[in-house]
Design a binder for this molecule. Sequence first.
Ligand code: HEM
Length: 507
Amino acid sequence: MHMNLEPHYKALRYSSCDVPVGIALILTSYTYFISSLCLSIVLYRLSPLHPLYHVPGPTLWRISKLMGAWMSYTGHQHLYMKRAHDKYGPVIRTGPNEVSVVDADAVVSVLGSGGLPKGQFYEARKDPRAPLNLVVLQGEGHANRRRLWNRGMSTESLKEYEAIIAKRATQLLDCVASAPDPNIVDLAAWISYFSFDFMGDMACACQFGGGFELLHNEADRTNIWPIIEKFAVTASIYCHIPWAAHSMQLIRLPSRDRLRQFGTDNALRRLKSTTTTKDLWYHLMDEAGLEKTKPPLGDVVADGAIAVVAGADTAATALSSLFFLLLSHRKYYQALQEEVDAHFPLGADPLDTGSHADMPLLNACINEALRLYPPVTTNGPRQVPRGGGRIIAGVFIPEETQVYLPPYSHHRDPRYFSPSPEKFMPERWTDPALAPNATAFIPFSYGPSNCVGRNLAKQEISMVACLLLSRLELRFAPGFDAAAWPQQLYDHFITTKGPLMVSVKKR
Ligand code: HEM
């Protein structure tokens, strides 16, 4: 029997000499390889073999951190996390090797001394071309640097800073009170100008010239604000994905480069100035000579820049949220104004800090603003070190897992803030019957890496609030959609915010 083998010979001839067929074969096998690899990773991450199988959470989050990156891109990570906690409970899986915990005891065991170190998330925030700043330092290096910062935030140091805050707060008052159209004033923008100018004075000697002068220029001519926000947004997205974070360390990021350049320029200007003012720089540089060895200039430059990043936007968000809440609740606006008037009658200086401790409503309103809209909404995670897991909130969490303790979700948890955790209720801080669980109140985090600038921030917020309430009558601008304002608070580690339009009358 004769078989016609011609077609088979043809096929063989084409496959051996036709290059596209070869490439197609390689691509096909590569695609099969990659798909089966991805599929096996996905199946492993969902399977009972994964050490975090027992922790509940949305399926897509268990599979990949791409969801985390996307949530940060939208700026709504805090809302997604809160919704997931409401659905799945206090300990949820937010990534293949990541959990989020809402639990007051965990605040102490995770963030307190003897808790968990910072991990992979903070690696992504390191600038490979500059010395490390306080936020990304760990262990002994962190403790040594923190000593300088603590001196810069002592009670005596804060006393020294009062005059710097007072000067900028008065400038803010003048700008807001003399706005060209008193019926449409963007209070959030002016407050941000104030806090950038103030942090510039504190950490970069901008009070001696060459500073940001956003208030004076009525605009951000130095472009510092978008530089910081761009860096914050970019970093908040890529630090979810370890391989992307490592690649980002290798490539040049314009916002990171500009931030570094900005720090260096400020340092040079500060070094040239002959000031004897004890600002933050004075302490970071150890100009008093209290350390055995002087800190290297590069470290101080890195910390000067992080002071502006960590201190300006956060305090501005807190102040803007405070005014938003007061304007939305006139009863409390008036009550607080009465408290301010009682402490600062005509002729008294509302910038005097001596009364702050005796102003219960002021402190309660600030706490409520920090509770409902914490300026660091989700905060960075800690990481379980190698060498065994930990029991956190009663759940075994294996080694190398990243652990978030999101302030936004803690602050709206009815176990800790009742009744009505979603409501602005300053009396929960003044009426012992309504006392919240203070351990779950973590706007400044907790433990050895908590916010070193918290007392400065409170002083700044109190001084500005007293001054504006005593000198101005504020209302939402006609037609302003106040209900939409909280939706424009975007979580990018720090918080970006929309305009807060008010009408202003002098009192
Ligand atoms: C209302 C205003 C502020 C809020 C809500 C806030 C909140 C926070 C939070 C949540 C952390 C993270 C701690 C952690 O990793 O667990 C932090 C760290 C930090 N904050 Fe603030 N902050 C504020 C204002 C300031 C100010 C005015 C400064 C002054 C320069 C400042 C400087 C820092 C620094 C340097 C760190 C790193 C501390 C360390 O790692 O040891 N913050 N802040």
